[in-house]
Design a protein around this ligand. Structure first.
Ligand code: 0L1
Ligand code: MG
Length: 256
């Protein structure tokens, strides 16, 4: 596929996000494969950077069985995070600026140095400065939240907004911490960090490897969203959403 055609698909996804209007599965309809879909994702992010946003990290997607089953795609994917996507802990999100937003509880890592592709997770302690509870708000730009693998990759792994709680030293037992997702004080999902590839540290390994294939190296000071510990739940206006991760504390946001 020509570069101009990839740029056109990126522009349509960008406009769909900007106008909060769902579109059909234009990427799979154009016969784009996963490799080219990551090039579209890159072009999509370049448009945001051209508007003044800064690249500040990476997110992993579909790192748990619950998430894969929810959307019918069974491959781990990654996307890019910009500063404009971040919501302060306790901050507000306006649902009218999104199409059909969902929220999921995650853990975030703050990177201490740039990892080498293929570096084993045994070096996790030297790579990660701190860990925090996180909420990711995802919003597919495709109608009915339905897509194939190339569609969702091009759509930046459905990334929309994220909130991060207070950074903590890396806790013991990171591979099996209890996770709760609450809406209006009621627990709606429960899980464990073990749901994230068996150990969220593995997500960092995968992120370094998969993004490295596309020439993207993680940088010191970047945020890394390791993936969701439960399925995502739809967001409705007025809701107060909170994620609690054992030993890490809580993070919340309010929906307008
Ligand atoms: O962060 C995620 O796991 C989302 C990945 C893309 C699939 C979805 O929209 O649920
Ligand atoms: Mg996620």
């Amino acid at each position: 596929m020509e570069r101009a055609d990839l740029a056109e698909l990126a522009a349509r996804l960008d406009e769909a996000a900007g106008s909060a209007t769902a579109i059909p599965q234009i990427v799979s309809a154009a016969g784009v494969d996963v490799e080219a879909a990551y090039a579209i994702q890159g072009a999509l992010i370049d448009r945001r950077l051209a508007r003044g946003e800064r690249l500040v990290g990476l997110k992993m997607g579909l790192t748990s069985r619950a998430k894969m089953a929810q959307v019918g795609v069974d491959e781990v994917i990654w996307g890019r995070l910009t500063d404009a996507m971040r919501v302060p802990d306790g901050g507000q999100v306006d649902t009218t600026t999104h199409i059909h937003p969902r929220v999921e509880p995650e853990v975030a890592f703050l990177l201490d140095r740039m990892p080498e592709p293929g570096e084993p997770i045994g070096d996790f302690a030297s790579l990660v400065r701190a860990v925090a509870p996180a909420l990711e708000l995802i919003d597919s730009r495709y109608a009915n939240f339905r897509f194939s693998l190339p569609d969702v990759v091009a759509d930046n792994a459905s990334a929309a907004r994220y909130a991060i709680g207070a950074w903590q030293p890396v806790p013991a037992g990171l591979d099996n911490l209890g996770v709760l997702l609450e809406v209006d004080g009621r627990v709606v999902e429960t899980g464990s960090t073990a749901a994230i590839l068996g150990d969220p540290r593995r997500a960092l390994d995968e992120g370094v490897r998969l993004a490295g294939r596309h020439g993207v190296r993680l940088c010191e000071g970047w945020v890394f969203l390791a993936g969701a510990a439960t399925a995502a739940v739809p967001l409705r206006p007025g809701a107060h959403v909170r994620a609690v991760v054992e030993r890490l504390g809580a993070v919340s946001l309010r929906v307008r």
